[in-house]
Design a protein around this ligand. Structure first.
Ligand code: FAD
Length: 449
């Protein structure tokens, strides 16, 4: 039971990473937290239809690990017990970027590599120890319930498999449904404006297979990240990532119609065309341990809830419901966990008397742009590819020049290399790059072109 509850019941829609992390954040401040999930949840790390992306390689950034550990102290130990492979981020991962001058270095950042179902299951197991959180599976939320004047959300209507339609009252509903459909539907039916969206269209196709790691696997890396080149024909990329059970998960990606095939021969042929032979050489004789899963990712989407003047009391969207990123950069789970930490912080600052939930959504939305700025700035680099759809940032050419200068500096200076890795892992905001002393060092590199 929450020691300092500010309200009686919160409902979370969806038991993905965002929903599970949010449930923990709420549990300190509500008497009861109920998570409603449309899928059937097995007692194990099993793939399920409601998260089709979970069959693809999922790296958890160090910033995401820290956020989950803040919510679940000792969480990294749970990951180890679940079979995580320890990957020293800038030395065990072989980064294959065209023209990258930065050497592999141990910067002290440690990744815990697992499959996405195993990460999610580790979080679910942790939630079991909170007596005031209940996880109800096979419960699909069909709509949000609103007050008669439409200014507040008062609960949800949901269909429970075998038990029909039901209603659940809530002081707060957190929409962690991935697409945010319940929130958008509610705004529409009550006649409120929808949030503006920034969209960066990448039309990325994925195919993924799992392999047993062969006995003669290379010893000088545990993971490989191969980036494509800039031309549409060389934009193919791949991530080979170790997971529990002495296996590799290999996700191949291509853009704008160049999707990797879903049959084994086609998959291997695609792997063979990557810009470097490292990944193909590693897996060509490895034993396949899965079918090939495919996924289409159309757009990076950022919803600007912070620009809305009116938003219903008692409703908060979180995770992918706010922002979906190009998966290549492995940011979604980490951002979702950081948003849950933010929510917990804001709830801790609310105190009766008065209505502690009245300004919550506004306060949450006001902080989101700062939290999202760093991961979203990575998404804007998708405009490097000429066929990317959307509004290029006006200063895009300058950003590219700075990125190139930063790479040069990182190659020569291990401390600056560590700083860039900390930004990439969402441990520090990219605003650290605005330090005047740093700019003094970068300007000569910019001048060199
Ligand atoms: C191909 C691919 C690879 C990715 N790789 C990475 C990676 O390497 N690293 C990383 O950090 N992120 C990665 N991501 C992103 C990551 O999966 C998500 O950003 C992250 O899991 C947060 O998602 P979420 O919890 O908001 O939504 P989801 O994971 O979509 O979860 C939503 C949940 O809500 C449930 N639900 C939906 N509607 C309802 C309803 N009406 N009623 C009840 N339940 C409902 C769903 O069944 C699901 O369980 C990747 C994404 C893709 C597509």
């Amino acid at each position: 039971m929450a020691s300092e509850a500010i309200a009686r019941q919160a409902v979370v829609i969806g038991a993905g990473i965002a929903g599970l992390a949010a449930a923990r954040a709420l549990s300190d401040h509500f008497e009861q937290v109920v998570v409603l999930e449309r899928d059937s949840l097995c007692d194990g790390p099993v793939h399920r239809p409601g998260t089709p992306q979970a069959g693809h390689a999922h790296g958890l950034l160090v910033g995401g690990q820290r956020a989950l550990s803040e919510l679940f102290p000792g969480f990294e130990r749970d990951l180890v017990e679940a079979g995580a492979v320890l990957v020293r981020s800038n030395i065990d991962i072989r980064f294959e970027r065209p023209g990258d001058p930065v050497p592999q270095r141990d910067l002290g950042l440690l990744n815990y590599a697992l499959s996405r179902p195993a990460i999610e299951f580790a979080v679910r197991l942790r939630l079991r120890s909170y007596a005031n959180i209940s996880l109800r599976d096979r419960c699909r939320v069909s709509e949000l319930l609103a007050s008669p004047d439409g200014t507040a959300v008062t609960g949800v209507r949901f269909d429970e498999s075998g038990a029909g339609s039901q209603e659940l009252r809530a002081d707060l509903v957190v929409d962690a449904s991935g697409r945010g459909a319940p929130t958008l539907a509610m705004l529409k039916t009550t006649g409120l404006p929808l949030p503006e969206e920034t969209v960066i269209g990448i039309d990325q196709g994925y195919a993924t297979a799992v392999f047993h790691i062969p006995g003669d696997a290379p010893a000088d890396w545990k993971s490989v990240l191969t980036f494509g080149g800039l031309s549409p024909t060389s934009a193919r990329g791949a991530l080979l990532w170790p997971i529990e059970g002495n296996r590799w998960i290999l996700s191949l990606a291509g853009r704008h119609g160049d999707a990797p095939p879903g049959d084994v021969d086609g998959f291997m042929a695609f792997a063979r065309t990557l810009r470097t032979p490292t990944i193909y050489s590693a897996v060509k004789n490895a034993r396949l341990d899965s079918e090939i899963a495919r996924y289409g990712f159309r757009d990076n989407v950022l919803r600007h809830f912070e620009r809305l003047e009116v938003f219903p009391r008692g409703l908060i969207p979180i995770g992918d419901s706010i922002c979906r990123f190009n998966p290549v950069h492995g940011q979604g789970m980490s951002v979702a966990a950081q948003e849950a930490c933010l929510l917990r912080e804001l709830l801790a600052a609310q105190s009766p008397p008065g209505d502690p939930l009245q300004g919550l959504a506004k306060a949450f939305f006001e902080k989101i742009p700062m939290l999202i700025e760093t991961p979203w700035s990575v998404a804007t680099f998708d405009f490097m590819h000429p066929a990317t759809r959307g509004q290029r940032p006006a200063d895009f050419e300058t950003r590219i020049k700075f990125a190139a200068a930063f790479m040069k500096l990182a190659a020569d200076d291990p401390d600056f290399h560590r700083l860039t890795a900390e930004v990439q892992h969402l441990l520090k905001p990219r605003s650290v790059y605005r330090d005047p002393a740093l700019l003094q060092r970068v300007l000569p590199l910019l001048a060199q072109g």
